[in-house]
Design a protein around this ligand. Structure first.
Ligand code: ARG
Length: 458
């Protein structure tokens, strides 16, 4: 490629460090698509003869068929996917292939190809997340009336609806999806025609290639366009945050599947056994989703560090932009798929959840609220009285609802029989009907909205 200037070929080490084909061959579809748009534009602008354009277009289409059928054969001497396509085009149509690179550079070419790839990746993640949300909503609807202990500090706090708990993850994923959608809007500008860094003197039509490639408009500054990788970072940031959410859900599954909790049974299809302990069912898929979040966030860190401090415009460091994005995308796709399967198939042990919700004095706050509302105590005093009642129940080794009215009145004479209405976990959950609260009526209303947003049948 630089035969005119360099007498010696690259050393073997140089060839290896310089080559991106082992990973950027993933971009072959985008590379050919962008070249087809470029050549059509060149012909329309009279920059290229129509005959030459036709030969190039036919050649590119043939290469696409070959790659589709056989994959891309890697040749480190040809560096990257752009050179592979051009070299094959030269084999097929001869020297006219050299006209394709008129009015462009690999710098705007790679920025365009990679953007097209990331744009598809954003769309794929968004629809995969919609699939996971659908499973969450489906399971939440089945279990809107089931009660489990809600935790703070992983200590039993107040009983909540299982549907409410699952819908919390629906909300996280809703925000994740909005981040992927935002990223798509922000990145959808075409770098093609920025050339090496300064634009070109050829009378190109950037609007034309931009719209042919589904971009909203051409980028505004050629220096920025060839050196911008914000779109890749936006993808990785959204992916990282999404992976943190998946990791939290995975962690709940690991805890819930443990014997002391016994809240769920994970499906066989997402568990493994132990080679020496026959009783074990290990939540490997959930653990790997939790683990993958570390790797995905590592990919974000890698690209941030690569981009930090690069002067304008393109620098070869930027060739390292692709592996972390490809890796994160594979890991995220697998994590979402595994989580979707687990949520779909997990068995909830609702009796166990309820039994634990009923232990641990989880309705103590309801009792305190009752003292404020019905007996007119200031909350601080109610808190104190509740503490005494909890201590008594603890002593008697029973639940709050198992104490007798005499025992209650022994602590505070203002307590009457109606207190028993608020001591059950069902009453507790049903009472929390504030907007967004855990009362099944609220949860069901949120589920309805979610189903509409997802386009599901109500
Ligand atoms: N393989 C390169 C990359 O991925 C393409 C751009 C090369 N440009 C250059 N001037 N060497 O970044």
């Amino acid at each position: 490629m630089w035969g005119g200037r360099f007498a010696d070929g690259p050393s073997a080490v140089m060839r290896e460090i310089n080559a991106s084909i082992p990973f950027d061959k993933q971009l072959w579809r985008q590379d050919i698509r962008a070249s087809l748009a470029h050549v059509a534009m060149l012909a329309e602008q009279g920059i290229m003869e129509a005959d030459d354009a036709t030969q190039i277009i036919n050649g590119l289409n043939q290469i696409a068929q070959e790659y589709e059928a056989n994959g891309v054969a890697e040749d480190l001497d040809l560096e990257d996917i752009h050179m592979h396509v051009e070299s094959r085009l030269t084999e097929i149509i001869g020297s006219v292939a050299g006209r394709l690179h008129t009015a462009r550079s690999r710098n705007d070419q790679v920025a365009t190809d990679f953007k097209l790839w990331v744009r598809d990746a954003l769309d794929m993640v968004d629809s995969a997340l919609a699939g996971l949300q659908t499973q969450l909503v489906t399971r939440a609807e089945e279990h809107a009336d089931c009660i489990l202990p809600g935790f703070t500090h992983l200590q039993s706090a107040q009983p909540v609806s299982l549907g409410h708990h699952l819908m919390a993850y629906y909300e996280m994923l809703r925000r994740d999806r909005s981040r992927f959608v935002d990223a798509r809007v922000r990145m959808n500008q075409s770098p093609l025609g920025s050339a090496a860094l300064a634009g070109t003197g050829f009378p190109i039509d950037r609007e034309k290639t931009s719209s042919m490639l589904g971009f909203d408009q051409p980028t505004t500054n050629s220096l920025d366009a060839v050196s911008d990788r914000d779109f890749a970072l936006d993808y990785l940031m959204a992916a990282s945050q999404c992976s943190l959410h998946l990791s939290r859900l995975a962690e709940e599954m690991v805890i819930w599947a443990s014997q002391p909790f016994g809240f769920i049974k994970l499906p066989d299809s997402y568990s493994t056994g132990s080679s020496i302990m026959p009783q074990k069912r290990n939540p490997d898929a959930a653990e790997l989703v939790r683990g993958h979040s570390g790797r995905i966030t590592g990919c974000l860190n890698a690209l941030m560090m690569t981009m930090k401090g690069l002067p304008l415009a393109y620098s070869k460091d930027m060739q390292d932009d692709k592996p972390p994005v490809f890796e994160a995308h594979d890991l995220l796709g697998l994590s979402i798929a595994a989580m979707t399967g687990m949520v779909e198939e997990v068995q909830f042990n609702t009796d166990r959840m309820r039994a634990l919700a009923e232990s641990g004095f989880s309705t103590a706050t309801d009792f305190a609220d009752w003292l404020v509302r019905e007996a007119g105590l200031p909350f601080r005093e109610a808190h104190h009285v509740t503490g005494a009642v909890v201590a008594l129940a603890e002593n008697e080794a029973c639940g709050l609802a198992d104490l007798s009215l005499d025992q209650f009145q022994g602590i505070d004479s203002r307590i009457d029989n109606t207190v028993f209405d608020v001591l059950s976990v069902d009453a507790s959950v049903a009472s929390r009907s504030s907007y967004g609260g855990t009362a099944p009526v609220q949860v069901k209303a949120q589920i309805e909205k979610a189903k509409q947003a997802l386009g599901l049948e109500s």
